[in-house]
Write a protein that binds this ligand. Structure first.
Ligand SMILES: Nc1ncnc2c1ncn2[C@@H]1O[C@H](COP(=O)(O)OP(=O)(O)OP(=O)(O)O)[C@@H](O)[C@H]1O
Length: 759
């Protein structure tokens, strides 16, 4: 490979040659160290593998035939412990081997020389994906990008600098900052940098093609992004960032950072969860953490969490289906009512109604009754009610009732013998049972106990679903509970349509959060007790009630919440969501930051999308110039298909790899795909089973959210398709997905939003 070198500091040739020699030497030595460490770790790996196989064999031989023997269980669990610990060390070493294998290609990408105040020595700090330590000399040759000292690389130019080390703040002087391109273990180039050069590198990186999977950005993390990635002081970190400002990238790098930092605080990958908007997006981001050398963390969508919690009791609509109905529906009146319903059911007002419903349920709906056993009263109805209402500990209703049930069963226990005697006496007196008095009496007693418990269940079991149904079946109850609260205009329609769909066993997406809220409050259901860090991406898509649910689901966890209010779809853009989030999650240390620089799209595309939005957004485009967006009218939809097919071919020839044909809805996408696939190979993306791949894709606008493509073609940007209030944001989301090229086709009249953008 030919070596290209840039010399950026105006040094003389000798100086430059000297630098080159030194850098080549440093690389050579580092590669040797990695090679040596790799060999040592690989040796350990085969040793650990042998140990693991031995441990498994031992367990099998010594325990397999004795599982019925209770005394052997303890022994068995000891073998299991051994196997688990051997597995953990094997996996640890295997991960380390993988890391060395990966970085031997490119061990570092940056360096800075730093003199700490009060020290004479100038230290050369090389920064890479992972730490490389020479175990013979105990010296660090490369620092992990997440090490405290590495923050200097991302935050400072030559001059004064500081970083927070475990021991406290360390200040000093940065004397040099250098960046490298090392590929296949060879130094391709290096140069000394300042802000201008940083921008050049970024320019180069951003000019590349989009990839089918999200990329890591360790080499070029920007200062404002680094501040978010490394923040550990807040319990709730809210980021409002414009389209393409790196929110998702930052979220993932932040997780990698927290896991690294978590070595001190015991945060493991199983303690972190990322809430993604849909399965397509979740797959798209799934490789970043492994790329950064971390295990993947839990990823979930709200739909999944809800569906799992309801244990197949209902058919739960997913978010995509909800959007499809709101965006693609035909009946305007119905859509307006549905939107009102969505907003209302996600509101703080509805949360208040649900809380009142719970209180009402506790006071009035639980049918306590006097409890007798063997003719003796155990507790009166009033005693039971008092016990229940005296709940000072605030434990969930279902558990409290369970305690009451247990208390009653405890009271019954000592009376059971007496009762059995009584039954025996009665049986003995009855005809034809004299030979089987004992067994028959026992049978009767068991039956009786079952009946007794069933009677208790009438007031010790509360069903969240029935309670929710009652709210929509008893109109007067609904209005009683919402006294003094502001209700939407269409409330009668909302109540009846919710009641009707619940009756059919269908749960609309907007009912999932309220129902889950009831379940969590009633049952105290805790499926995520090990989660300590929650990342919520596309935060603007959730409503206050979702955040109430998150709070119940994740308890004391810390949160990173990232969103863009300009990318809300079915609701009006509203900054107050961030205030609501911080009020609801109610954390001690909350911080809200904003990002206003867009890195994804070219200058021309950004210019267009900002005009589309109607201005008013604080948006700083990254200066990367490409062709202007193309807006074209065609006579028919068939002609649009043909033009798109030709565009796709052209783009591919120009070297672009991913082209998204974005349609407003799934319905439209299905139709367009069936026409287009006759002309070019194209993949249809759907909410459940879609995976983004290279080549041409046909995708609905709301699913394209969060993704990016080299070129975006908006299939039908006509007035008919995009003129409503929601449509502007859909079009904005669609166009902001493009990195390099953007085309919009329409028939008839073009959308007024394009017209407004001067297109
Ligand atoms: N510091 C950076 N260095 C290199 N690339 C970056 C940097 N920051 C962001 N990018 C790139 O910009 C693009 C947008 O990033 P990302 O998808 O994380 O933004 P986002 O704010 O989540 O976008 P959106 O809200 O529009 O979905 C990606 O291609 C990402 O790799």
């Amino acid at each position: 490979m030919s070596m290209v070198l840039y010399k950026m500091r105006g040094d003389n040739v000798d100086n430059y040659r000297q630098n080159l020699r030194e850098e080549k030497l440093y690389l050579e030595k580092t590669l040797k160290v990695i090679q040596k460490e790799l060999e040592t770790e690989s040796g350990k790996l085969s040793h650990r593998k042998r140990n693991l196989i031995e441990a498994r064999k031992d367990m099998w031989e010594n325990t397999a035939h004795s599982s019925n023997d209770f005394t052997k269980l303890v022994e068995m669990s000891q073998y299991l412990l051994e196997v688990n610990s051997q597995t953990a060390s094997y996996l640890d070493t295997s991960r380390q081997v993988d890391r060395y294998r990966k970085i031997i290609e490119s061990p570092y990408f940056g360096r800075f020389d730093f003199t700490e105040d009060g020290c004479r020595n100038e230290e050369k700090i090389y920064v890479g994906l992972y730490t490389v330590m020479d175990s013979e000399t105990n010296t660090v040759r490369v620092y992990d990008w997440r090490a405290p000292i590495s923050s200097i690389f991302y935050r400072y130019e030559p001059g004064r600098a500081e970083y927070t080390a475990p021991a406290g703040l360390i200040a000093g002087e940065v004397l040099l900052k250098r960046q490298y391109k090392i590929r296949n273990s060879e130094l391709v180039y290096f140069f000394d940098c300042n802000i201008l050069i940083n921008d050049k590198i970024l320019q180069e990186i951003l000019s590349r093609n989009a990839s089918a999977k999200m990329r890591n950005i360790v080499e070029t993390i920007q200062k404002e992004q680094d501040l978010i990635i490394r923040d550990t002081g807040s319990d709730l970190l809210i980021v409002q960032g414009v389209a393409g400002s790196g929110k998702t990238s930052i979220a993932l790098h932040r997780v990698a950072y927290l896991l690294y930092d978590g070595l001190k605080t015991n945060l493991g990958s199983h303690n972190v969860i990322i809430i993604s908007p849909n399965a397509v997006f979740s797959k798209y981001i799934s490789n970043v953490l492994p790329e950064l050398g971390e295990e993947n963390v839990r990823r979930a969508t709200f739909d999944d969490i809800a569906a799992k919690a309801f244990e197949n009791r209902l058919t739960v609509e997913n978010r995509a289906a909800q959007l499809e109905a709101v965006i693609g529906g035909r009946d305007r009146g119905e859509i307006a009512a549905r939107r009102q319903g969505i907003i209302f059911k996600g509101s703080k007002t509805f949360a208040e109604i649900l809380d009142r419903l719970l209180t009402y349920c506790g006071r009035r709906l639980i049918p306590f009754e006097d409890v007798y056993y063997n003719g003796v009263i155990l507790e009166t109805k009033q005693q039971l009610k008092n016990r229940f209402l005296n709940n000072k500990t605030g434990i969930p209703m279902a558990r409290q009732l369970q305690r009451i049930e247990n208390m009653l069963l405890d009271k019954v226990h000592p009376l059971q013998k007496k009762r059995l005697r009584k039954i025996e006496k009665i049986v003995a007196q009855s005809d034809g049972r004299e030979f089987e008095v004992k067994s028959f009496s026992r049978l009767l007693s068991i039956k009786e106990a079952g009946k007794f418990q069933k009677r208790l269940h009438k007031f010790t079991r509360v069903d969240y679903l029935k309670l929710y149904q009652r709210l929509f079946q008893q109109r007067e109850l609904f209005f009683e509970l919402s006294r003094g609260l502001e209700l939407p205009e269409d409330i009668h329609r909302i109540i009846s349509s919710t009641g009707a769909s619940l009756q059919k066993g269908l749960l609309r997406y907007e009912d999932a959060a309220p129902l889950l809220y009831l379940k969590l409050k009633i049952d105290g259901y805790k499926p995520f007790s090990e989660i300590k860090q929650v990342v919520i991406d596309e935060a603007q898509d959730y409503y206050p009630l979702h955040y109430e649910v998150f709070k119940l689901l994740f308890g004391d966890a810390k949160y990173t919440v990232l969103g863009d209010i300009n990318q809300t779809i079915e609701k009006e853009k509203d900054n107050s969501i961030y205030e609501d989030i911080s009020e609801i999650l109610n954390k001690q240390k909350t911080i809200k930051l904003s990002l206003n620089k867009g890195y994804r799209s070219s200058y021309e595309i950004n210019d267009f999308t900002q005009r589309l939005l109607g201005g008013g957004q604080d948006f700083v485009p990254f200066e990367r110039h490409e062709k202007e967006p193309v807006i074209q009218k065609k006579k028919t939809k068939e002609l649009i298909d043909r033009a798109i097919a030709a565009d796709v071919r052209d783009f591919m020839e120009e070297g672009y790899e991913s082209v998204a044909v974005i349609c407003k809805t799934q319905q439209e996408a299905n139709k367009v795909h069936s026409g287009l696939k006759k002309l070019i190979p194209a993949k249809l993306i759907q909410a459940r089973d879609g995976r983004v791949e290279k080549g041409a894709l046909v995708i609905p606008s709301y699913l394209a959210k969060g993704l990016e493509f080299d070129a975006v073609i908006v299939h039908d940007a006509g007035r008919e398709n995009y003129s409503g209030r929601l449509d502007k944001k859909l079009l904005y989301v669609a166009c902001t997905r493009a990195l390099h090229r953007l085309c919009l086709y329409y028939t008839g009249e073009k959308s007024p939003f394009i017209e407004g953008a001067g297109g």
